[in-house]
Design a protein around this ligand. Structure first.
Ligand code: FES
Ligand SMILES: [Fe+2]
Length: 555
């Protein structure tokens, strides 16, 4: 499969990759006119030098002790605690350390490229709604998505003339730190008091921008805010290495939950079947000798030598990271070896650079039975990318391949008699080593993940009803296109082209009824047919941005 994936890379064409976005942070202190209930300035990680500024220093070091870094090879993971022979499901009380606090984590919610600074964006995390917006300085902020006046969602509002967030309902405006800066209905004497009241403030939430992603810390209690200042987001280590490019990047909302998503990504064995004809072939299936190197509070670490000498690292609770080393493959294919040497010379890469690539997914717990994935594909060779929207057509087809059966599997898992939390091997029959990652992740979830995400107060943890509506489950338009700046723009252009070519075809077809020399008529007819064909192709492309049914039986 690795070879297949690599060969796919070779046919990549398109624009030069975006330069690597290093460590950014949100900062600035917009007008703050009322007394806030808690300190709300965004956290300032080490090395932050201002909004949208590239930081030249080395990558910041996480403050909490972590297992081996993602950039290590599989062999270096041997220092991590190893599993003790045959795996025994961990029950409550085994292992060390308290479970993680789901609300005191940094979650990447969106790629910066996909956010429109001209309007606020609503995001959902742990069952709670937040609004992300940018002021006139392009500094990003996050609030709970609720106006303090009468609770209308602030995400329906606008950025006012002074760069504040204005509620759509009665026009109250809020500065980046949540302070109320205008109550249009207030008389001067009321205004002075009301705008300074803590009750007039929007509830700000810690936010930072790192590696081109906007990260939220959902706990905005005073203690939570304090904790956010001492913890850094789980960024991609490779992207601190200038030899790497970000590769492709894509996000999508999924109609299955966080644990189902992690379980799916940590399982490489499903790829030849679930993504046959899109990402791999069924004939590529083989025994996968996945070995577990570590499971603990920090996550799960596995190695998979048969797949491009890869490692799989789950950095709890959001980053799931595959690392592939293509050195052996490059050496076996002389053309590749020389092409990479040439590229190293052209890009002035260090001589000891090995061809490596990664698949990095961030798994976001949106709500019960719903999740969001952010995926990046960093690599240190072939610094050329397809146009992003074209790449997303393929990435979305991959995600479609899992959607329907995972939605169903998740509901089967909830059957009360299964009690998978007590013993995952009672619910699943997993006789091969290819399921090691799944078993280890479920162990982590029970022991260190408190059984699953802790949803916001008042959120029913029951799954939404099972749906057989394939249009709903694989609604590419809502789940991806509307949220992706590249696909939004491409869809707009495709629709214009479809209309223009259809109109030109109609004009040509009308013109052939006017008496003209045969040679001219032939040209008009040819042009009409070409325009009709172009319009039909645009209609097909348009459909691929809205919905394509994925039927495994037809693949
Ligand atoms: S609800 Fe927001 S201003 Fe009234
Ligand atoms: Fe897209």
């Amino acid at each position: 499969m690795a070879c297949f994936m690599f060969l796919r890379l070779l046919v990549v064409v398109g624009t030069i990759a975006s330069p690597i976005t290093a460590f950014f942070t949100s900062s600035g202190s917009p007008l703050f006119r009322c007394v806030l209930p808690a300190k709300t300035s965004p956290p300032q990680p080490p090395h932050a030098v201002g909004p949208f500024a590239t930081v030249a220093q080395p990558a910041p070091t996480p403050v909490s002790p972590m297992p081996p870094s993602s950039t290590t090879s599989s062999s270096s993971l041997t220092n991590a605690p190893s599993s003790s022979g045959s795996l025994q499901p961990l029950g409550p009380g085994h292992g060390s350390g308290a479970p993680i606090d789901w609300w005191r984590q940094w979650y990447p919610m969106a790629f910066l490229d996909d956010l429109d600074p001209a309007r606020p964006t609503q995001v959902e995390l742990l069952g709670k709604l937040f609004v992300i917006w940018a002021d006139h300085d392009k500094t990003w902020h996050a609030f709970e998505d609720q106006c303090p006046h009468r609770l209308a969602p602030l995400s329906e509002g606008r950025i006012d003339e002074r760069g504040n967030l204005q509620c759509a309902y009665h026009g109250w405006s809020f500065s980046g730190q949540g302070g109320c800066v205008n109550i249009p209905q207030a008389e001067p004497e009321i205004k002075a008091v009301a705008e300074r009241s803590g009750r007039a403030c929007a509830k700000a939430v810690p936010l930072l921008v790192a590696q081109g992603m906007v990260w939220l810390w959902p706990d905005n209690s005073p203690d939570g805010m304090e904790a956010s200042r001492s913890q850094l987001p789980s960024t991609v280590p490779e992207l601190h290495d200038p030899a790497f490019i970000r590769g492709a990047w894509v996000t999508r909302d999924l109609m299955y939950g966080y644990d189902t998503l992690v379980e799916n990504v940590v399982d490489p064995a499903h790829v030849p079947f679930a993504h046959h004809g899109v990402q791999a072939q069924r004939s590529m299936a083989m025994p996968l000798n996945v070995s577990l190197n570590y499971v603990g509070k920090e996550g799960v670490f596995l190695s998979l030598p048969r797949l491009a000498n890869s490692t799989i690292e789950f950095h709890a609770p959001t980053r799931l990271h595959y690392l592939f080393d293509f050195t052996g493959f490059f050496q076996r294919v002389p053309l590749m070896k020389w092409a990479f040497r040439l590229e190293k010379w052209l890009r002035r890469l260090p001589p000891d650079t090995r061809p490596r690539s990664s698949l990095v997914t961030y798994t976001i717990p949106v709500g019960p039975g719903r999740s969001r994935i952010l995926a990046l594909f960093p690599r240190n060779f072939f610094a050329i990318n397809k146009p992003r929207w074209l790449d997303h057509l393929e990435r979305n087809a991959v995600l479609d391949g899992d959607l329907v059966f995972l939605h169903g599997q998740e509901r089967e898992m909830r059957r009360p008699e299964l009690k998978w939390e007590e013993n995952i091997d009672r619910a699943f029959y997993m006789p091969t080593k290819s399921d090691e990652g799944v078993r280890a992740f479920r162990q982590w979830l029970v022991r260190w993940g408190a059984g699953g995400p802790r949803w916001a107060d008042g959120v029913d943890s029951a799954l939404p009803p099972r749906s057989n509506d394939r249009h709903f489950l694989m609604d590419r338009y809502t789940q991806h296109t509307t949220q992706c700046s590249a696909c939004r723009g491409a869809l707009r252009n495709i629709r214009v082209l479809k209309g223009v070519t259809a109109a030109m075809s109609l004009v040509c077809m009308t013109a052939i009824w006017t008496p003209r020399p045969a040679s001219v008529l032939g040209k008009i007819l040819g042009a009409g047919v070409a325009m009709a064909f172009g319009s039909w192709q645009m209609a097909r492309l348009e459909k691929r941005m809205l919905f394509i049914d994925y039927v495994h039986a037809h693949k």
